[in-house]
Design a protein around this ligand. Structure first.
Ligand code: NI
Length: 256
């Protein structure tokens, strides 16, 4: 069975067929989905979707681009939400210097605060790092992310950076970009990272893999990522599927 370790079914791109599409997952061999929060507003939707489906789990957290208006009361709310047993991670949290829509100091402040929360409630973190590798690694280092572990999502860094992420005990997630024709750098990282530290994801509705690049993505396309990973690693498709599913369950501490 496949585990989509990062999806956004609360997104408005799914407003017309959210439940239909989720109900088709299990017959298409998608056994687990981690639905990821990205704003305070998204959290309630994410929790509602997780409540409806036994195979859909939830993360709670605020994406760097949504941190402008955050306050301490929001941190208390997030902590309260983590009491829900379907909540398995804090995320997605991190830094985004590509859009740079929120001052960097503000992004950093709430990145640190949310790692502190993860440590307090003992949940792994799901990290978003776009064009912010240096500052992101500084914070992961100084905040001892190793204490909780987690996933660096949609990995876009170097092999050297991957080494340090692995030293933190974290997993590295590959998605649609692994299948893109110009993805030489990310494929080099996938060659380097040991199979037992790799998870796969869609980040749907974004980043659809080839041959659907540019269209709306969903977990129904995650097998293309598993196929590409199998090719890179020189293993069977079945093994890529089995090991990435096991890794995601281990990282998110899902037992069944
Ligand atoms: Ni995402």
């Amino acid at each position: 069975m496949l585990f989509d370790s990062h999806a956004h079914y609360n997104d408005s791109h799914f407003d017309n067929d959210r439940f239909e599409i989720l109900e088709s997952m299990q017959e298409n061999n998608v056994g687990y989905i981690m639905n990821i929060s990205d704003s305070m507003k998204s959290v309630l939707k994410v929790l509602d979707i997780a409540k409806r489906y036994s195979f859909v789990y939830a993360s709670v957290g605020v994406h760097p681009e949504e941190t402008a208006e955050l306050c301490e009361a929001d941190m208390e709310l997030l902590e309260e939400y983590t009491k829900n047993p379907k909540v398995k991670a804090i995320g997605e949290i991190g830094l985004d210097y590509y859009w740079d829509s929120v001052p960097r100091d503000v992004q950093k402040k709430w990145f640190v605060r949310q790692i502190e929360l993860a440590k307090k409630v003992n949940l792994p973190v799901v990290i978003h790092d776009r064009d912010a590798h240096g500052d992101c690694m500084d914070i992961l280092r100084s905040e001892n992310v190793r204490d909780v572990g987690g996933i660096l999502h949609c990995y876009s860094g170097s092999v050297e950076m991957a080494k340090e992420i692995l030293d933190f005990g974290m997993y590295i997630a590959f998605g649609g970009t692994l299948t893109f024709k110009n993805a030489r750098k990310v494929r080099e990282v996938a060659e380097y990272v040991p199979l037992d530290r790799i998870v796969i994801e869609t980040d749907c509705p974004y980043l659809a893999p080839e041959p659907h690049r540019g269209k709306r993505n969903s977990s129904l396309y995650i097998h293309y990522v598993a196929e590409k990973l199998a090719e890179i690693k020189g293993i069977s498709y079945e093994e890529a599927e089995r090991v990435t599913c096991r890794n995601a369950k281990r990282c998110y501490r899902i037992e069944d």
